[in-house]
Write a new protein. Structure first.
Length: 507
């Protein structure tokens, strides 16, 4: 086997698989899949978004490349940003979430700089070769799959909030639907130029000035200085241990990774099978660690080590023992043992499309827990905290699983459950990804159909409110996972059916 790719859209997965067939490595394939996702999953990601890539090389190097969104506003003094625009997004009858959009929700994008640096440092193929397929797809158009159409329907209030966004997603006054073709020629031009010149033109020069000017004129905070000073950051991965494995994930200043590490370390210390009650109790204990002190500490040196300190974890495990998150992810493993786990997000998108550029900007400053009441609490240039957590599980130093998820606050619970199903229960990747999930948030246990009813009833008897979903739902995240069988070396992949994911094994 040459490798395996799992991504949020069949065409994204196939783009990565094609690169593996051509002799590229896992990072080459990951970059190809990321660029294609800009076309196939454009509300969720794109050049106006940010992300993280966790790389494990065949030589044993582990690096987390942070190209997530940064807070804007450099060079501005006493500027009152325009009010955020609240939008109700209906995931289902059971799940409604408020997103805030508009120009003042837009942060400094990192995707173009990030993919270029990842390829330069860890890849083997030129960027010019990897933009050809997605540029052509953007110009010729991509047929909307049923799941892609569902996303457009869910995000319709945002995607039709401005004339520029509506021109893409509702070109004749009607939202595109399953089987329709979505065309983005401006994005095709951007991709082609990215391959020819690299990402510099998106951060300095005439195009960067147009992007900044468009946002500032409408009450946003994105300045030319913000763009010119942006650069990816190289970080050491956060580490946890679970059932004899080393788990690598996203470190501070992002929050999702170290909360996943905390949860897995708790499960390890509890020594119990990860049943429904145990998972819910661990989720509850982890949620309670997300205090204001935690949020402030994410930017402090040494906070990771203090948070995951042995005595603190053993104290939390002892307490449990006595008691009985629009994002997309892709994962790639190649035959040599390289792997890349990449999560990118446009938030829920902002509706702010800069004309003739191919850029639909993120709404990362529109999250209430990041900027309560619309107050911009983050210093310009500082990375915005994120739940995104590309993760790699190593067994004896070799990758056994690479995975990540979409889904805001559900990212953590989705990743932890998938890891336990592969590592503890021995499930293949696709089964582990598709198996019903639970989530605990807002003092309510949320459960997909298929979760042990006796376990849910027992939780209710003990005072835990339970909300039962009527069907499997994209609310519970979108895990894309690839795995290597530690005994046979066989590769497998799991694309999350909740979000139309797909996996391709390359023979």
């Amino acid at each position: 086997m040459r490798g395996v790719v799992a991504a949020g859209h069949p065409q994204s997965a196939e783009a990565g698989a094609a690169v593996l067939r051509e002799g590229g490595n896992a990072v080459d394939a990951a970059v190809a899949a990321v660029l294609t996702s800009w076309v196939t999953e454009s509300p969720l990601t794109g050049p106006g978004a940010g992300g993280f890539m966790l790389v494990h090389s065949a030589a044993g190097e582990n690096r987390l490349l942070d190209f997530f969104v940064a807070a804007p506003g450099k060079g501005l003094e006493k500027v009152e940003p325009a009010a955020l625009e609240p939008i109700d997004v209906h995931f289902s009858a059971e799940a409604i979430q408020v997103f805030n959009i508009g120009p003042s929700s837009c942060g400094v994008y990192g995707n173009p700089a990030g993919v270029a640096e990842a390829l330069e440092r860890f890849g083997t193929m030129p960027l010019s070769a990897l933009v050809e397929r997605p540029a052509r797809a953007a110009r010729e158009g991509v047929e909307l799959t049923p799941m892609a159409a569902v996303f457009l329907e869910i995000l319709a209030p945002i995607l039709t909030a401005t004339p520029e966004a509506a021109a893409i997603y509702a070109p004749e006054g009607q939202l595109l639907k399953t089987g329709d073709t979505i065309r983005m020629p401006d994005l095709g031009d951007l991709l082609e130029r990215l391959g020819a010149e690299g990402p510099g033109f998106l951060y300095e020069g005439e195009l960067a000035a147009r992007v900044s000017g468009w946002v500032l004129e409408r009450g946003g905070l994105l300045t030319e200085a913000d763009l010119a000073s942006y650069a990816p950051v190289d970080r050491d991965a956060a580490r946890a241990h679970y059932r004899g494995r080393e788990v690598l994930t996203n470190p501070p200043p992002s929050s999702g990774g170290i909360l996943i590490a905390y949860a897995l370390d708790l499960l390890e210390r509890l020594g119990r099978p990860p049943g429904v009650r145990t998972l819910i109790e661990v989720m509850d204990r982890t949620n309670r660690e997300r205090t204001e002190e935690f949020v402030q500490g994410l930017h402090a040196e040494g906070y990771l080590e203090r948070f995951l300190h042995k005595e603190a974890l053993e104290s939390a495990a002892s307490e449990l023992g006595s008691r009985l998150g629009s994002t997309t992810h892709l994962s790639v493993l190649d035959a040599e043992g390289n792997c890349a786990s990449v999560t990118c997000s446009n938030g829920s998108c902002s509706g702010v499309v800069v004309p003739d550029t191919g850029i639909h900007l993120n709404n990362m400053l529109g999250e209430e827990d990041l900027n309560p009441g619309g107050f911009h609490r983050h210093e310009p240039g500082r990375r915005i905290p994120s739940m995104m957590a590309p993760t790699v599980v190593l067994r004896d130093g070799r990758p056994e699983v690479a995975l990540g998820s979409a889904g805001s606050n559900r990212i953590r619970s989705a990743i932890v459950q998938t890891i336990t199903r592969i590592v503890h229960d021995g499930m293949p990747a696709q089964e582990a990804v598709a198996t019903p999930r639970v989530h605990y948030e807002g003092r309510v246990v949320e459960a997909e159909p298929g979760i042990d009813e006796d376990a849910l009833a027992a939780l209710e008897r003990d005072g835990w409110p339970v909300q039962r979903f009527r069907e499997r739902n994209l609310y519970f995240g979108g895990v894309q996972a690839v795995a290597r069988d530690p005994e046979t070396g066989e590769l497998s992949g799991g694309g999350d059916p909740r979000r139309g994911g797909a996996a391709v094994v390359v023979e």
